[in-house]
Ligand binder design. Structure first.
Ligand SMILES: C[S@@+](CC[C@H](N)C(=O)[O-])C[C@H]1O[C@@H](n2cnc3c(N)ncnc32)[C@H](O)[C@@H]1O
Length: 202
C-alpha cells in the first residue's frame, strides 16, 4: 500500500494542501470509516469532478479499496490509514465540503457514547475544517444511535435537512449502498438515514 501514491501514509503534512495533492481545485468530500470501499469507489466513478478522501484505521480493508481504485482506473480518491480521532489534524479550515458517515460503531454503553462518530466530541472536530453549509450524510442500522445522533447534530448547530427511518422504502433516489448496508438489508434491518447541514457560526 505504501508504494501507491493514492494511499497517504503521512496525511499530517498535507494539511491545507490537499487540492495540491490532487492537482486540481475540485471540492473535497470525506468518508469516515470507509471499510472495503464500495461506497467511495462508486461515488468517485460517478463524480470525477469531486476529490474523495476515505479514512479507516484498518490496513486490511484499505487494501481492498486500493485494489478497486486501480481496477476502476480512478485517480480522484485518496485513502488514509488513521484513527478518525485525529481527523482535525489533517485538514485546514474550510478544506472539506461534505462528510459521509456510514454504519459507524454504535458504542451502546453510555460510558462509550463519546466514541460515536456523530457525538459532539467528533462534530466539534469536524467543524474546524468544514465549509459553512457542509452537509453530513449519515446512515446506520442502529435505532438508538440514530435517535441520539439527531440530538447531537442539533446540539452542535447542524440543521436537519432530511430524515428517514427506512431508506429502502423512501423516495430518496441518490442512495449508494455500502457493504454493511447490503448485509443489514438482506436481514431485513431498516436503514436509518439523515442529512445534516452545518449552519454558519458567527
Ligand atoms: C461497521 S464498519 C462500516 C464500513 C463501511 N462504512 C460500510 O458501511 O460498509 C466501520 C468501519 O469503520 C472503521 N473504524 C471504526 N472506528 C474507527 C476509528 N476510530 N478510526 C478509523 N476508522 C474506524 C472500522 O475499521 C470499519 O472498517
Amino acid at each position: 500500500m505504501e508504494k501507491d501514491s493514492k494511499a497517504i501514509i503521512d496525511p499530517y503534512v498535507l494539511k491545507g494542501k490537499w487540492q495540491e495533492n490532487f492537482g486540481n481545485a475540485n471540492p473535497i468530500h470525506l468518508e469516515l470509516g470507509c471499510g472495503k470501499g464500495q461506497f467511495i469507489t462508486t461515488l468517485a466513478e460517478k463524480n470525477p469532478d469531486i476529490n474523495y478522501i476515505a479514512i479507516d484505521l484498518k490496513d486490511e480493508v484499505l487494501v481492498f479499496v486500493l485494489r478497486k481504485l486501480n481496477e476502476m482506473g480512478l485517480s480522484n480518491v485518496r485513502i488514509i490509514p488513521m484513527f478518525i480521532e485525529r481527523v482535525d489534524e489533517i485538514f485546514e479550515k474550510d478544506e472539506v465540503s461534505k462528510i459521509y458517515i456510514n454504519f459507524c460503531n454504535p458504542w451502546p454503553k453510555v460510558s462509550h457514547n463519546k466514541r460515536r462518530l456523530t457525538h459532539p466530541r467528533f462534530l466539534t472536530k469536524y467543524k474546524t475544517f468544514i465549509k459553512p453549509g457542509t452537509e453530513v450524510w449519515f446512515k446506520t442500522d442502529d435505532d438508538d444511535l440514530f435517535e441520539a445522533s439527531l440530538g447531537y447534530f442539533e446540539e452542535e448547530n447542524f440543521e436537519e435537512l432530511y430524515r428517514n427511518w427506512d431508506l429502502s422504502e423512501s423516495d430518496f433516489k441518490e442512495n449508494v449502498r455500502t457493504e454493511y448496508e447490503e448485509k443489514f438489508s438482506a436481514f431485513g434491518v431498516k436503514i436509518k438515514f439523515g442529512i445534516f447541514k452545518h449552519r454558519e457560526e458567527m
